[in-house]
Design a protein around this ligand. Structure first.
Ligand SMILES: C[S@@+](CC[C@H](N)C(=O)[O-])C[C@H]1O[C@@H](n2cnc3c(N)ncnc32)[C@H](O)[C@@H]1O
Length: 353
């Protein structure tokens, strides 16, 4: 499969320059001829994915980061670049607290609306959709269908609107998370140099699962077996030496990509949801119904899909079926008050005959 076809599949439209940059970045991996279609798909998706984030994205990676931080045996100073609406920052705050790590976290993002939301800490179900009920209760107060972050997770956390290119501070960090952001950067060399000066000597940077940037590897090297966690190399490595290294990285990338495959399906749900909503708007209910059923076959525990199914069935006049789907959605997410009202409404129609 080629890159353009994958972009078409996910309806992503990057500039030709971005596509060229991506092809250049992954050329070593392509040369190794071990990249499967599925892996390429994940790489493409990750590279060009939209500004969205959610709580505990790449959770096992975050846990690894916390483990390394704990080993410092001192408070850690963290920067989250491209922190979106704060999901990554607050997920880390939760994990640090749980593991008894003292911390200070700064989140920066180029988008001022996202930083405003990050400061507020109020989320819709979409941001917490992969959390189980007990974690939701630990982290949020649920008010009128919104998920309001508990005060304790805002401690030692700050946000600022800033592009990494212009971020002005003399502060040094132990960890800089820069996950799914480098794709947006036109002057990667400048940002790499900046990251190097902002990091403490034994500090590290963290990429997202399934991310690979060749130029970065000339200055940073993977820590142990985790190729998403990188520390500064003593001397910048020439590209020829890197080719050997790439083989090793490819192995770990494979593992990370497998995890990402699971996440990709989560994102695919978002993609399906958008598609179905368009079909509903166009009143193509049969087509919308087929799409939802197809997606549910792959992920039967997805609350969003059951919710969508219930709404299509209602529009199609299938009241009994709609009630059943509503009950399933509520079973998977008991917090949805709107759906609870909808269930009562359906029951009253059925009772009324
Ligand atoms: C795909 S999101 C990634 C969010 C989060 N890091 C994650 O992995 O889930 C990319 C974010 O980076 C931000 N961004 C893009 N270019 C940036 C830049 N030059 N400096 C800082 N943030 C940037 C976007 O506004 C967006 O919120």
């Amino acid at each position: 499969m080629d890159v353009e076809k994958i972009l078409e599949k996910f309806n992503i439209k990057p500039t030709p320059k971005m596509i060229e940059g991506f092809k250049n970045d992954i050329s070593d991996l392509v040369e190794l001829k071990t990249l499967s279609d599925e892996e390429l798909e994940i790489l493409v998706y990750n590279y060009f994915s939209i500004g969205e984030s959610y709580f505990f994205r790449d959770e096992n990676l975050l846990e690894k980061v916390v483990k390394v931080c704990k080993s410092y045996n001192r408070p850690v100073n963290v920067l989250s670049v491209g922190c979106s609406k704060g999901e990554e920052v607050y997920s880390l705050a939760y994990l640090f607290k749980k593991n008894g790590v003292k911390y200070k976290i700064k989140g920066i993002d180029a988008n001022s609306e996202r930083i405003k939301s990050a400061k507020e800490g109020v989320y819709t179900f979409w941001s917490v959709r992969f959390l189980d009920e007990s974690k939701i209760k630990e982290i949020f107060d649920v008010k009128e269908g919104k998920f309001v972050l508990k005060k304790e997770y805002k401690e030692n956390v700050e946000f600022e609107v800033s592009k990494i290119e212009n971020y002005d501070s003399n502060e040094k960090f132990d960890i800089i998370l820069i996950r799914r952001v480098l794709i947006y950067i036109s002057n990667l060399t400048l940002v790499i140099e900046k990251l190097k000066t902002m990091l403490n000597k034994d500090g590290f940077i963290v990429l997202g699962n399934g991310e690979y940037h060749r130029e970065l590897l000339e200055h940073f090297e993977p820590m142990d077996d985790a190729s998403a966690i990188l520390k500064i190399t003593g001397h910048p490595k020439k590209h020829t030496i890197l080719k050997e290294k790439t083989k090793e990285i490819k192995k770990d990338l494979g593992r990370r990509v497998n995890r990402e495959i699971q996440e990709l399906f989560r994102n695919e749900i978002e993609f399906v949801t958008e598609k179905v909503e368009i079909l509903i708007k166009e009143n193509k209910l049969e087509d919308a119904y087929k799409e939802v059923e197809k997606a549910l076959n792959k992920n039967v525990t997805c609350y969003i899909l059951w919710r969508l199914k219930a709404s299509i069935e209602f529009k199609m006049g299938k009241i009994q079926e709609s009630l059943l789907s509503t009950k399933r959605a509520l079973f998977l997410n008991t917090f949805d008050e709107e759906l609870l009202t909808f269930k009562k409404f359906l029951e009253s129609i059925i009772e009324g005959g």
